[in-house]
Design a protein. Structure first.
Length: 106
């Protein structure tokens, strides 16, 4: 699907990566932090693979920002960071109940 003169051709693969990341954020917000983090990390990894294999570079669309190796390294680092953060988050932390602030008379 190519629409001449529109941004669709220019950004092409970026829409897939951004849509998948947005779906992951929605899963984090409404369902499960760990699964949502995995989806966002998968979006970054898919973006890295697309950027790595897209030849010529203009086929990568909106994922083509810097040099190929730097783009791939940044996307993989972000994917690993999100994956590690979502896997290690403590969802069962013992948080003390909030108490009302009381004034003491002096």
């Amino acid at each position: 699907m190519q629409w001449r003169g529109s941004g669709f051709v220019v950004l092409s693969w970026w829409y897939l990566v951004a849509g998948l990341a947005a779906a992951g954020v929605l899963v984090i917000s409404f369902l499960d932090v760990r699964w949502g983090g995995r989806i966002v990390a998968a979006a970054f990894f898919i973006g890295a693979v697309i950027r790595l294999v897209a030849r010529p570079a203009r086929k990568a669309g909106g994922l083509n920002v810097r040099s190929r190796s730097l783009d791939v390294a940044i996307l993989v680092a972000l994917g690993l960071g999100v994956l590690i953060a979502s896997a290690t988050v403590n969802l069962n932390a013992d948080v003390p109940a909030r108490t009302a602030v009381t004034r003491t008379a002096n």
